[in-house]
Structure formats: C-alpha cells, structure tokens
Ligand binder design. Structure first.
Ligand SMILES: Cc1ncc(COP(=O)(O)O)c(C=O)c1O
Length: 386
C-alpha cells in the first residue's frame, strides 16, 4: 500500500477534498483532458475533413486499444456512451413477447432495473429478481440466479461488480450455466475495466458492457459493449443513422452528429497503467480499500466479522452503518451530503435490504490520510444524525 508517487498530480481533483467515491464517476486525468482539447481543436478547425476522412479510422484505433486493454475480441466490440446505453441496446435487440421473463438480482444497478421495468411495462415481460446474499459463496450465487430462470427467460443481467454492494459475482460460471440452458446473459461490467485484471477471461457471455470512464481513466461517456458472434448482426441501435446498413459496430457507434472526442481522447488514460504498472495499481487500490474499510469500521465500532469482503480484486469496500442512519434512499442521500459538507469527504451511501452502507473506493490518488479523515469525523456526525 505504498503510495504511488505523483499519482494525485495526474488529475485535476480538488485536493482539499478526500475523494473516496471513485466508483461513481471516475476521475479524468489531465492527459485525457488535454488530448480531448487537441481532438476538439482538430475537429473545429475543419469538421468536414475530420468527419469524412479521419473519424472512422480514429474510432477504430481507439476501439482496438480499449478492446486489447480488457482482453476482448476487437471484432465483437462497439463503443457506446455508458453502461446504461449498452444495456438499453441489448434490451432493444431481444424480441420479447408478453409472458417472457428477464432475471436480474437484488444487487442490480438502479438505472438498469428501471430500464428492465420499462421493457416489462411496455411489452408485458415479467421481471424476476434473484436474491443474492451479501458475501454469498460463488456456488450459491450461481444457484440463486440459475434457479430463478425458467423456459420463458429471455435474458439474465448480472453485475460483475455490483454498485451499492461492491460485490464481485462469478459471471464466468453464471455464463457457462446459462449457455448450457440457451439463455442469453448480459454482464453489467460497469466497474470492471481498469479494476478487474482481464475481466473477460473465462466469461463466455452474450453481452458484456464495461465503463472505461470509471476505473480505466477515460472521461465520462466512454464504454465498451462486447457482443458474442451470434448476436452481432442482430444488435439494434437506439438511434438509426447513416451507417445503419454497414453492420456492427458502425451501426451502433455512429449516431449522426455527436461529440466523438471523448472516445478518442480516453485512450490516453490507459497510459497511466503503463506509467505505474497495472499490477502495482491493482495491488495499491485493493490494499488501500481494505485498509480504509478496517479503519473506518474500527472508528464506528463495527467488528471485523461483520465486514463484507467483496473479493480479492475489488477496490471498493462496504462499512455497515448504524440502523436508522441510512436505511432508506432519502436518508442515505442526506447522510452523503452531510459527510461531503461537514467532513470534506466524498463517499457513496446506499441502503441494501433495509440497512445502510458506506461504500468506500480507493484509487491511485488516495492515501491512508483520506480514510483517517473520515474515520475521525464520522462517529460524531453519525451520533448527531441518529
Ligand atoms: C453496476 C453498475 N451498472 C451500471 C452503471 C451505470 O453506469 P453509467 O451511469 O455510466 O451508465 C453503474 C454506475 O455506477 C454501475 O455501478
């Protein structure tokens, strides 16, 4: 957990704040911001030339770089703006009939649940929520999800690392079990690129969508949708545009006139993994998140055995909060704001099954002092909030 020298200076974060919420929005490195400014200047100098001569080639090069980074077949990748959009494209591509079923888990991300519920309301699809315990063993997780499927299941969506609970799910084993049953799987890998080494290794899923703007240092609006060969020609874009008949991935990526500079510039963020070494970054973040969890839990008097352990490669950790402080979404949101305002510390606070949890993220710009600040101020704040 030795600090990575100079890491905080690679970003433009306000250093007066302890930023322990990387998992929500990531952080944009200076090199990405500068590359984006250069791309925008090139575009603005001659939009016609940029779009007609350079854009396809530059986008393909960026896509290939991202694909190589996560270990995906480049032929199966399309750039999309975010995991939410990737999920919407998948939902838009499956011919649901009334009475069909979509299986999610009770760890699924709120926006994903809303999108699934919208399909359910419009098309008469039933949503089945498989309960997966906090700290569930891999076998039990696979069983909970597979046993929620039936012959009417048309899609299963599982997080590789969940948002509110920072829990790693065994998506490789889930994919294998579902493939044997002919049921398509979408892996919500919003947190995986840059957090999990080789996140696609051993994962034979139909769809996988990962944000590059969280842990892979791209700017907001950069994600990779990875699609299995059988689905590539069947994928339906959300916006039909000029490249509609050019097939995957151009029919998905090109949506008329949008700002493509964010995708092109984001590859510069990957250079940070070379600067420090990917292994060193992963080890640092995982160790610091575990240290932060222990430090804050100790300050709150939460014993070690009550701390959820998300898996050895996850750099977000939960600390259970006292009952009554963040059991509901409005309470959790109010507490997050107070921690931000009063302790100059950004965290995520979410309820799961009627209990509030603090979610702490660790990234290369964080140090032990960030967690110490939270640990020293939080007990009094919680006492006052109770
Ligand atoms: C598990 C999970 N899925 C999906 C998303 C949505 O990501 P985005 O807002 O970039 O679409 C998030 C964002 O935090 C997430 O944690």
């Amino acid at each position: 957990m030795t600090p990575l020298p100079g890491a905080a200076q690679l970003f433009t974060l306000d250093l007066a704040i302890a930023h322990l919420n990387h998992g929500s929005f990531g952080a944009v490195p200076l090199v990405v911001r500068q590359a984006r400014a250069r791309m925008m200047a090139a575009y603005d100098a001659n939009p016609t030339k940029f779009v007609s001569e350079r854009l396809i080639e530059l986008t393909a090069a960026a896509r290939d770089r991202y694909a190589a980074f996560v270990g995906a077949d480049p032929q199966g990748c399309a750039l999309v703006t975010n995991a939410t959009a990737g999920t919407a494209i998948v939902l838009n591509s499956i011919a649901f009939a009334p009475g069909d079923e979509i299986v999610i888990t009770d760890h699924s991300y709120n926006a994903v649940m809303l999108a699934v519920n919208d399909v359910a309301t419009r098309l008469g699809v039933n949503v089945i929520t498989a309960p997966v315990d906090l700290g569930s063993a891999d076998d039990a997780t696979v069983e909970a999800i597979v046993s929620a499927t039936t012959e009417r299941t048309r899609l299963v969506i599982v997080d590789q690392v969940s948002s509110a609970t920072a829990q790693r799910h065994p998506v490789g084993a889930i994919a294998t079990a579902l493939r044997a049953r002919g049921i398509p799987l979408l892996v919500d890998a919003a947190h995986s690129p840059g957090m999990i080494p080789a996140p696609l290794s051993g994962v034979d899923a139909d769809f996988w969508v990962g944000n590059l703007h969280k842990w892979a240092f791209a700017a907001g609006g950069t994600a990779l949708l990875v699609v299995s060969p059988a689905w590539r020609d069947r994928l339906r874009p959300l916006v039909v545009s000029h490249h509609h008949h050019d097939g995957f991935p151009l029919n998905i990526e090109r949506q008329a006139t949008t700002d493509f500079t964010v995708w092109l510039a984001g590859v510069e963020g990957l250079t940070i993994f070379r600067t420090f070494g990917a292994e060193a970054i992963w080890q640092h973040n995982v160790a610091l998140a575990a240290y932060g969890q222990k430090t804050v839990a100790k300050a709150l008097g939460v014993p070690d055995e009550l701390l959820p352990h998300p898996g050895s490669e996850v750099s977000m950790r939960l600390v259970p909060l006292p009952p009554g402080t963040a059991d509901t979404y409005p309470q959790a949101s109010a507490l997050r704001t107070r921690i931000s305002d009063e302790l100059a510390t950004e965290v995520n606070v979410m309820p799961f099954r009627d209990r509030g949890y603090l979610r702490l993220s660790a990234q290369i710009y964080n140090t032990a002092e960030d967690f110490a600040r939270l640990a020293s101020g939080l007990p009094a704040l919680l006492k006052e909030a109770a």
